[in-house]
Design a protein around this ligand. Structure first.
Ligand SMILES: [Zn+2]
Length: 130
Protein backbone atom coordinates (compact mmCIF):
# COMPACT_ATOMS: atom_id res chain seq x y z
CA UNK A 1 0.00 0.00 0.00
CA UNK A 2 1.16 3.53 -0.66
CA UNK A 3 0.50 5.26 2.63
CA UNK A 4 4.10 6.37 2.95
CA UNK A 5 4.49 10.09 3.20
CA UNK A 6 7.85 11.78 2.95
CA UNK A 7 9.03 13.74 5.99
CA UNK A 8 8.30 17.43 5.85
CA UNK A 9 11.31 19.59 5.19
CA UNK A 10 12.06 21.04 8.59
CA UNK A 11 14.64 23.43 7.14
CA UNK A 12 12.00 25.44 5.37
CA UNK A 13 9.14 24.68 7.76
CA UNK A 14 7.24 27.38 9.61
CA UNK A 15 8.29 30.11 7.25
CA UNK A 16 5.27 31.87 5.82
CA UNK A 17 5.95 33.87 2.71
CA UNK A 18 3.93 36.02 0.36
CA UNK A 19 3.50 34.74 -3.18
CA UNK A 20 1.78 36.18 -6.20
CA UNK A 21 -0.17 33.89 -8.45
CA UNK A 22 -2.22 33.91 -11.61
CA UNK A 23 -3.90 31.78 -14.23
CA UNK A 24 -2.24 31.40 -17.64
CA UNK A 25 -3.78 34.40 -19.41
CA UNK A 26 -3.49 36.69 -16.38
CA UNK A 27 -7.19 37.40 -15.89
CA UNK A 28 -7.13 35.74 -12.47
CA UNK A 29 -4.66 37.38 -10.09
CA UNK A 30 -4.15 36.56 -6.43
CA UNK A 31 -1.74 36.75 -3.51
CA UNK A 32 -1.31 34.12 -0.87
CA UNK A 33 0.61 33.75 2.37
CA UNK A 34 1.79 30.23 3.05
CA UNK A 35 4.50 28.00 4.39
CA UNK A 36 5.49 25.81 1.46
CA UNK A 37 6.79 22.95 3.60
CA UNK A 38 4.84 20.42 1.53
CA UNK A 39 2.69 19.95 -1.54
CA UNK A 40 -0.32 17.70 -1.68
CA UNK A 41 -1.00 15.50 -4.68
CA UNK A 42 -4.56 14.20 -4.68
CA UNK A 43 -5.79 11.22 -6.68
CA UNK A 44 -9.46 12.25 -6.95
CA UNK A 45 -10.98 12.30 -10.41
CA UNK A 46 -10.55 16.07 -10.76
CA UNK A 47 -7.03 16.49 -9.34
CA UNK A 48 -5.70 13.61 -11.41
CA UNK A 49 -6.79 15.22 -14.62
CA UNK A 50 -5.60 18.73 -13.81
CA UNK A 51 -2.27 17.65 -12.29
CA UNK A 52 -2.47 20.16 -9.47
CA UNK A 53 0.03 20.52 -6.65
CA UNK A 54 -2.15 21.59 -3.76
CA UNK A 55 -1.67 23.54 -0.56
CA UNK A 56 -4.46 24.53 1.81
CA UNK A 57 -4.75 27.97 3.38
CA UNK A 58 -7.18 29.89 5.55
CA UNK A 59 -9.49 32.52 4.09
CA UNK A 60 -7.36 35.27 5.60
CA UNK A 61 -4.26 34.03 3.77
CA UNK A 62 -5.66 34.22 0.23
CA UNK A 63 -6.39 37.56 -1.41
CA UNK A 64 -8.09 37.18 -4.78
CA UNK A 65 -7.86 40.37 -6.85
CA UNK A 66 -10.26 39.19 -9.55
CA UNK A 67 -13.95 39.16 -8.51
CA UNK A 68 -15.06 35.54 -8.04
CA UNK A 69 -18.10 36.25 -10.25
CA UNK A 70 -15.68 36.61 -13.16
CA UNK A 71 -14.49 33.04 -12.73
CA UNK A 72 -16.45 29.97 -13.72
CA UNK A 73 -17.61 27.76 -10.85
CA UNK A 74 -17.59 24.02 -11.42
CA UNK A 75 -19.36 21.72 -8.96
CA UNK A 76 -19.69 17.97 -9.27
CA UNK A 77 -20.60 14.78 -7.36
CA UNK A 78 -21.66 15.95 -3.84
CA UNK A 79 -21.42 19.57 -5.03
CA UNK A 80 -19.60 20.50 -1.82
CA UNK A 81 -16.26 21.44 -3.33
CA UNK A 82 -16.16 24.64 -5.36
CA UNK A 83 -13.76 24.59 -8.26
CA UNK A 84 -13.08 28.01 -9.71
CA UNK A 85 -11.44 28.28 -13.09
CA UNK A 86 -10.60 31.03 -15.55
CA UNK A 87 -13.23 31.22 -18.30
CA UNK A 88 -10.61 32.45 -20.76
CA UNK A 89 -7.65 30.09 -20.36
CA UNK A 90 -9.22 27.26 -18.33
CA UNK A 91 -6.63 27.18 -15.54
CA UNK A 92 -7.96 26.30 -12.08
CA UNK A 93 -5.84 28.26 -9.56
CA UNK A 94 -7.82 27.59 -6.37
CA UNK A 95 -10.81 25.72 -5.00
CA UNK A 96 -12.87 25.18 -1.87
CA UNK A 97 -12.16 21.56 -0.95
CA UNK A 98 -14.93 19.13 -0.08
CA UNK A 99 -13.37 17.95 3.19
CA UNK A 100 -12.73 21.51 4.41
CA UNK A 101 -15.07 23.86 2.54
CA UNK A 102 -14.11 26.83 4.73
CA UNK A 103 -10.52 26.64 3.52
CA UNK A 104 -8.99 27.31 0.13
CA UNK A 105 -6.80 24.89 -1.76
CA UNK A 106 -4.33 26.79 -3.90
CA UNK A 107 -2.71 25.24 -6.96
CA UNK A 108 0.96 25.89 -6.21
CA UNK A 109 1.72 25.50 -9.91
CA UNK A 110 0.06 28.90 -10.37
CA UNK A 111 2.42 30.71 -7.94
CA UNK A 112 5.35 32.77 -9.17
CA UNK A 113 8.92 31.96 -8.17
CA UNK A 114 8.43 28.55 -6.58
CA UNK A 115 10.98 25.76 -7.08
CA UNK A 116 8.50 22.90 -7.16
CA UNK A 117 11.14 20.18 -7.15
CA UNK A 118 12.54 21.29 -3.81
CA UNK A 119 9.30 20.72 -1.89
CA UNK A 120 8.24 17.44 -0.28
CA UNK A 121 5.18 15.82 -1.78
CA UNK A 122 2.43 14.31 0.35
CA UNK A 123 -0.05 11.98 -1.33
CA UNK A 124 -3.71 12.34 -0.40
CA UNK A 125 -6.45 9.99 -1.54
CA UNK A 126 -9.53 11.92 -2.54
CA UNK A 127 -10.60 8.95 -4.66
CA UNK A 128 -11.42 7.06 -1.45
CA UNK A 129 -14.14 9.51 -0.43
CA UNK A 130 -17.65 8.32 -1.16
ZN1 LIG B 1 -6.89 32.84 -17.55
Amino acid sequence: MRYHQPPRNTLVGNVKKNYTGSCHCGKVQFEVVLDLDHLRVCDCSLCRKRGALNHRVEDSELHISTPLEELTLYQWHTKTAKDYFCPTCGILPFRRPRTAPDLWTVNVRCLDGVDLESIAVENVYGSRLD
